[in-house]
Design a protein around this ligand. Structure first.
Ligand SMILES: *Cc1c(COP(=O)(O)O)cnc(C)c1O
Length: 230
């Protein structure tokens, strides 16, 4: 199957999941997760109409962003992986959005690096809704406090929340994670923090994006179903 054919299939599944719960498919953003796939595959994705591209390693982001810098329109790079503060410079220089903001030290490092290159960055606070020790993200009860601390950084624009459901969880467990993120967003909304936009709920990957849409996802991050197995 061509990339375009796989993309059409994913878009159809997004639309079906949205319509099934009375949502407008147009309000759901697709991030095509190109991590670990070569630049030629990213080019195919861009040609098929993908704009938001997900990467999870700083070095790979730099290489791809530089290789595709002359594209028009330029790709919108979305960083979704755990980020060490000493790699903040790469993300500050090339990414448009970071969905894995999980500590204030990282916000501090990004602020400094963004200042140096005169850029701003959209960020989502990553929430560990599964409770798995190996997952990044703050506990649901800490998300509002982190969003408040991040909002004090004028180069960072908080847009909402991101989560990854329990690895290999059944449908009930997966839904529980997504609901926990939606509930956390309600608390973020109620906090009404100046400069914090709580609209985005980034949740759902190849295996579970229809469930995420049923639970209110505004962004889904799909890799395998578009690019193939890594
Ligand atoms: C790799 C990754 C994805 C995409 O996963 P697939 O199962 O390949 O669709 C989504 N979100 C995050 C945070 C990832 O690291």
């Amino acid at each position: 199957m061509s990339f375009a054919a796989r993309l059409a299939l994913v878009r159809t599944q997004i639309a079906e999941a949205a319509l099934a719960v009375g949502r407008d498919p147009a309000e759901i953003r697709l991030v095509a997760v190109s991590k670990s796939f070569p630049v030629e595959d990213v080019r195919a994705a861009l040609e098929a109409g993908c704009r938001d591209l997900g990467e999870s390693r700083a070095q790979e982001l730099v290489a791809k962003a530089e290789a595709l810098a002359d594209r028009d329109p330029v790709p919108r790079w979305v960083f979704i992986g755990p980020l060490q503060s000493n790699k903040a410079r790469d993300v500050a220089r090339y990414a448009h959005e970071l969905q894995s903001l999980d500590r204030v030290e990282l916000a501090d490092a990004l602020q400094r690096r963004l200042d140096a290159v005169d850029r701003t960055l959209d960020v989502l606070v990553q929430v560990n809704t599964s409770g798995e020790a190996a997952k990044s993200g703050v506990a649901p009860g800490e998300a509002v406090a982190l969003a408040r601390a991040v909002a004090a950084h004028d180069r960072l624009r908080v847009r909402g929340l991101m989560t990854i459901a329990t690895l290999g969880g059944d449908e009930a467990e997966t839904r529980r994670c997504f609901r926990a993120l939606a509930e956390t967003r309600e608390r973020l909304r109620d906090a009404a923090i100046d400069g914090v936009d709580s609209a985005e709920l980034s949740m759902g990957m190849s295996a579970d994006f229809p469930l995420a849409i049923a639970e209110g996802a505004t962004t889904v991050r799909v890799g395998t179903a578009l690019f193939g197995r890594r």
